[in-house]
Write a protein that binds this ligand. Structure first.
Ligand SMILES: NC(=O)c1ccc[n+]([C@@H]2O[C@H](COP(=O)([O-])OP(=O)(O)OC[C@H]3O[C@@H](n4cnc5c(N)ncnc54)[C@H](OP(=O)(O)O)[C@@H]3O)[C@@H](O)[C@H]2O)c1
Length: 215
């Protein structure tokens, strides 16, 4: 049994993930910032923990992360403007990596997006510019951090039910994937140490997740 923290714990991916992980014997604590979300988190099988990662210093977050085996980052500003996007998707994510390191959390899984990279090519006029910049900065920071990290790159997310099947690869054209499949992929990489140090980009597809993420 593993103690897993999910940041962004009331997110759509996160609620699926908590259900999957607690259903397979893990203990999950879901970090949320809105107390009204606690009941949904409890219903997912996880324990809610109130923490606004936008305002918490790394040291404060490290205190809250002590004792966990793994941290999943599935938070996001969700198009809340450039300032909030940088504050959450880049700065708070980076603090969470420092906090994980300080508190001895070894495993870190980042929910990023398919195609995340510093040379994303979007112009500063693009409404997604801040998101692309923020995610690339956070992903690159994680790559350089002494943590057992995996970065996930799902395509556009939809609300379909999980198929349990995906297609992995940077060369696979971008498509869509369900949030429930993303949650299954997070759960699968947590079980598979061979996914450490990899950026796994994927769409929904035809290959069972365990095979698709195998090296
Ligand atoms: N949308 C796409 O097509 C797409 C594609 C690829 C990857 N992704 C990535 O996938 C991630 C997960 O997707 P999703 O659909 O599950 O997202 P979601 O439902 O929008 O969940 C994001 C969660 O982050 C939380 N959050 C935001 N600011 C926070 C803060 N300061 N402190 C604590 N929690 C905070 C939100 O809480 P509140 O409810 O309190 O705001 C929300 O519960 C996204 O964040 C995105 O980076 C998205």
């Amino acid at each position: 049994m593993t103690q897993i923290a999910i940041i962004g714990g009331h997110g759509k991916v996160a609620l699926h993930l908590a259900k999957i992980l607690t259903g397979t014997g893990h203990t999950v604590t879901s970090f949320i910032r809105n107390p009204d979300h606690a009941a949904d988190v409890t219903a997912s099988g996880a324990t809610p923990l109130l923490a606004d990662v936008e305002t918490l210093a790394a040291e404060e977050l490290a205190d809250k992360l002590t004792g966990f085996d793994a941290l999943v980052w599935s938070a996001g500003a969700g198009g809340g403007g450039a300032e909030r996007t940088y504050a959450v998707d880049r700065d708070a994510a980076i603090r969470s990596m420092d906090a994980a390191h300080q508190s001895g959390v070894k495993r870190y899984v980042m929910v990023s997006y398919k195609g995340s990279r510093a040379d994303h090519g979007a112009s500063s006029e693009d409404p997604m510019f801040a998101y692309y910049e923020a995610k690339a900065a956070a992903d690159d920071y994680l790559r350089a951090k002494d943590l057992a990290w995996t970065i996930l790159g799902p395509s556009s997310l939809n609300l379909d039910s999980a198929t349990g099947k995906i297609e992995v690869g940077a060369d696979v054209p971008a498509g869509e994937t369900s949030r429930e499949n993303v949650a299954l992929v997070v759960a699968a990489v947590l079980e598979n140490p061979a996914t450490v140090g990899r950026f796994i980009e994927f769409n929904d597809g035809e290959t069972p997740i365990e095979s698709a993420i195998a090296v």
